[in-house]
Design a protein around this ligand. Structure first.
Ligand SMILES: *Cc1c(COP(=O)(O)O)cnc(C)c1O
Length: 370
């Protein structure tokens, strides 16, 4: 018995014929950089999310960088965010010359703890970046309320939460300007790198369209510091095909998550995230938490179940961010999650048998740990 942590092969195989046709159309139209396939995907995706504008770019990291520029983040500003996330959330802040100010996460969402925000707001604070980690939405309403009261823009990092909803509305549409990633392993993954900015603000959307193509207002006329953030035409074509199945795939992920939760509810040495009443998570990752994480991981590996860790080292403890001087112990929930998290196999193409195999392995390993 062996269950992979993630297999893209099953999905790519089933999409291959339709995808090859779409890629051929891109080749025939020469729409390799941005172009008609990207434009078509932007429209499809905006409609899907219920947002005015989607602007495709070359990665989620670029999408975050663009979002922060458009939110007005400048050198020496402070941006409040979390340390329990993928490093790109912090990179984007640093690319603007600003300083990430990390606050702790809450156990029930693994997302930003709204009660920690206000005491970290200073005269230099310029924005708040919320991450919907694992695909479970952060508790947006209290965060937006605090941000509005202090006149601060909110930016959502929705890289893991595409298709997830908060109180019935798609994540990635709440902030002033928001980012997502179509890295191949994401819930809506391209066949290469890609990302997108989502916003209801016409001026911001227009600015991202400029920035991504060298800030050219017209040919050879560069109106500000620009970037090469164009999305490949091939990726636009693949994403339009895959978008049609996103809800179906996320529904399958939620069914697997429900099975995991009900099977693990009596295991005393294992914790996991519930679905909060206001949340429809996309379960990009299904995390469980165990104080004997490394031992649990070893026991699962012995039983043929591959797992991951997201993420073993919080950003404030990474070598690249030692200069911030945030000491170990400063963010207790974050540090505990980093020490205890283990990601179980979670993707739409997992068979019922594989899900049962994972459950049996986890239950046996948990009992062995005692
Ligand atoms: C994947 C991811 C990103 C970055 O996306 P790329 O497309 O790899 O640049 C940013 N934030 C989070 C939370 C992610 O999971």
């Amino acid at each position: 018995m062996s269950v992979p942590f993630l297999s893209l092969a099953r999905q790519t195989q089933s999409l291959k014929a339709e995808a090859l046709k779409a890629l051929e159309a891109v080749i025939d139209s020469q729409g390799f950089a941005n172009g008609p396939a990207v434009q078509a995907f932007e429209q499809d995706f905006a409609e899907y999310l219920g947002v005015r504008h989607v602007v495709g770019v070359n990665s989620g990291t670029s999408a975050l960088h663009a979002s922060l520029i458009c939110a007005g983040v400048k050198p020496d500003d402070e941006v409040i965010t979390v340390s329990h996330t993928w490093i790109s959330t912090a990179w984007a802040i640093s690319y603007c010359g600003a300083r990430p100010v990390f606050i702790d996460v809450e156990d029930r969402t693994a997302g930003m703890d709204p009660s920690q925000i206000e005491r970290r707001i200073t005269s230099r604070t310029r924005a708040i970046v919320v991450v919907h980690l694992y695909g479970h939405p952060a508790d947006l309403d209290p965060i937006l309320e605090i941000a509005n009261r202090h006149n601060l823009p909110v930016i959502e990092d929705a890289a893991q939460s595409i298709g997830a909803r908060y109180k019935g509305k798609a994540t990635g549409t709440f902030g002033l300007v928001n980012a997502t990633s179509f890295y191949p392993g994401k819930n809506l993954g391209a066949w290469g790198d890609a990302g997108a900015v989502m916003t209801n603000d016409d001026a911001i959307a227009a600015r991202v369209r400029l920035l991504r193509d060298h800030a050219q207002a017209s040919r050879h006329h560069h109106v500000e510091l620009g970037f090469n953030w164009r999305m490949d035409g091939f990726q636009g074509a693949i994403l339009s095909i895959k978008l049609k199945q996103l809800d179906q795939w996320n529904t399958r992920r939620r069914a697997i998550a429900a099975k995991y939760r009900s099977a693990f509810s009596n295991l005393r040495n294992l914790r996991f995230l519930a679905e909060n009443s206001w949340a429809e998570p996309s379960w990009h990752i299904f995390p469980v938490f165990c104080s004997a994480r490394d031992e649990l991981r070893r026991l699962l590996e012995l039983r043929g179940v591959s797992t991951g860790i997201h993420y073993p080292t919080p950003i404030h403890l990474q070598p690249a961010y030692q200069w911030l001087g945030v000491p170990r112990g400063e963010l207790p929930h974050t540090e505990r999650m980093a020490a205890e998290e283990i990601s179980l196999p979670m993707f739409a193409e997992l068979s019922d048998q594989e899900v049962d195999d994972v459950i049996a392995a986890v239950v046996a390993a948990s009992n062995e740990l005692g």
